[in-house]
Design a protein. Structure first.
Length: 507
């Protein structure tokens, strides 16, 4: 009997592998494009891979490479976290999401990294790129050289922030390789990828990675969104000393990508006792790249069928059937997540979508500020000065309380000849010039909303900062990419003409 056990186990394994192969051949191809990858951080072993080697537009997950290159320069002694960088006119002109600092403003590498990774600030990505590489083109060359050395054979960069551009391409495979390299090569700096929130002056911005502070053990990395790519997320979590990395590309909403990542991670942590029964998928480096063009999801993500313009800060949490917004079925239904709430025995069982809908664990925002590195009373003074500058930049006019409802006839145009530039918000306001491109307004909404909500809570004011800023600040031409989009607003028809609208995340 003992002699038969190995044969029986091998037969069961072969049967299981054959069943999986048949199912893969017979299963219809998903109607909507999506790429999924789950790997072990230490070994690179692939636990799940769906479309993982199809080229994809990275959006703001590009900033993982920007942070990697910058921190490698710090580690190699070419600059320090205290090195002062200056905001150039090129950096200041970047599309939202951004900090909105004026040209000439100085800040440290440390603060610029924190603003870029939490707020997904496109201007800070350029500040870092110019500080390390001299220019966007110079830094992009370093990014591409680094990608080549790491074995990211499907990746090319033309900018440091992920705004839509020709040649800005990656894959789930390559992002898994990059995330592993970050943890392996820069362990002393990995706190940059799991900061829960930052406070600049009086404004608090939470991390757009919804797993941080919600999913047990979540400790990285970065979100991204443009219309062409859909909702992207590179996430990591550690449990019982085992760290997993999940990559989700092309999800239908900000919450859907977080739910999908939580499902992948949970299944990976639950697989320990069944690994012998599953066929080996090898390591992430050995996944075979697919020679194809990236899917363009702008009609699906930003078309007129959406009830509201898409952005990286998507609060659509739970569909009517109790599942997550987007397709939970793509991973075989929604798995239960064991969430160890404080002191509860037995642990509370929650669906991933319910977990993402819950409030994040309380955490003190990390202070960020302009100027040189400061501590003690000097730091307090610097934070107060930034807060005063914010207050001084706010107009004193009346707030507009009425926002224009989306017009069903407004359709986004794609000004890019190849059709993969980020689509914009499908609404128009009186503040927008007639020749403004509708497509250019989609990507800054998340930061404006998140900053406004978080900052408004402590004050107890019923008028959110988003309404105030959108109604009263001068307009800036929104951009065709980035992670978020500013929400438009216009004054009531009966009131006097107000100043043109400006995204709330620009000061």
């Amino acid at each position: 009997m003992h002699a038969l056990r190995p044969l029986l186990r091998k037969s069961l394994f072969n049967l299981f592998a054959a069943s999986l192969a048949c199912a893969a051949l017979l299963a219809p191809r998903a109607a909507s494009a999506e790429a999924l990858l789950l790997i072990e951080a230490d070994s690179g072993k692939v636990l799940q891979a769906d479309n993982a080697t199809i080229p994809w537009y990275p959006a703001s997950v590009t900033k993982i490479m920007t942070a990697y290159v910058t921190l490698k320069a710090v580690k190699d002694g070419r600059l320090t976290l205290d090195t002062l960088l200056t905001v150039s006119p090129t950096a200041a002109s970047q599309s939202p999401s951004k900090m909105g600092f004026r040209p000439g403003t100085q800040l440290t590498v440390d603060n610029a990294l924190k603003m870029m990774m939490v707020k997904s600030a496109n201007d800070m990505a350029v500040v870092l790129a110019e500080g390390v590489g001299g220019s966007i083109d110079g830094f992009s060359a370093i990014m591409n050289d680094t990608a080549k050395k790491l074995g990211m054979t499907q990746t090319s960069y033309v900018n440091p922030n992920g705004l839509p551009a020709d040649g800005q391409i990656t894959s789930a495979r390559d992002l898994g390789i990059l995330a592993r390299a970050f943890l392996r090569d820069l362990p002393e700096y990995e706190y940059f990828v799991h900061i829960p929130a930052i406070r600049f002056g009086k404004r608090v911005t939470g991390n757009f990675n919804k797993l941080i502070g919600r999913y047990p053990g979540a400790d990285g990395f970065k979100t991204g969104f443009i219309c062409a790519s859909g909702y992207n997320l590179v996430a990591s979590a550690t449990r019982n000393g085992r760290r997993l990395i999940a990559v989700v590309l092309g999800a239908s909403s900000g919450t859907a990508r977080a739910v999908k990542a939580a499902q992948l991670l949970e299944r990976g942590f639950a697989q320990d006792n069944l690994t012998w029964l599953r066929p080996s998928l090898g390591t992430v480096d050995n996944l075979v790249p697919v020679d194809a063009s990236p899917p363009n999801l702008r009609d699906e993500m930003c078309g007129p069928h959406r009830k509201r313009p898409a952005s990286d800060d998507d609060d659509a949490l739970i569909a009517a059937n109790g599942g997550a917004t987007g397709s939970a079925s793509a991973t075989g239904g929604e798995a239960q997540v064991t969430f160890f709430t404080a002191g509860l025995q037995p642990p509370l069982m929650m669906k991933a979508s319910e977990l993402m809908a819950s409030a994040p664990a309380a955490a003190e925002p990390v202070l960020v500020y302009t100027g040189p590195t400061r501590t003690g009373t000097a730091l307090i003074a610097a934070v107060a000065a930034d807060a005063d500058q914010q207050a001084a930049s706010k107009p004193r006019g009346k707030k507009s309380r009425v926002a224009k409802k989306p017009d069903a006839t407004d359709k986004p145009k794609d000004g890019h000849k190849d059709g993969h530039k980020d689509a914009g918000k499908d609404t128009k306001t009186a503040a927008v010039k007639p020749d403004a491109k509708p497509e250019a307004k989609s990507s800054a909404k998340g930061d404006a909303k998140t900053d406004a909500k978080t900052a408004a809570k402590p004050a107890g004011s019923k008028h959110a900062a988003t309404k105030h800023d959108a109604a009263a600040k001068p307009a800036e031409k929104p951009a065709a990419g980035g992670d978020q989009a500013a929400k438009p607003a216009k004054p009531k028809a009966a009131t006097k003409p107000a100043a043109a609208a400006k995204p709330a995340n620009n000061s």
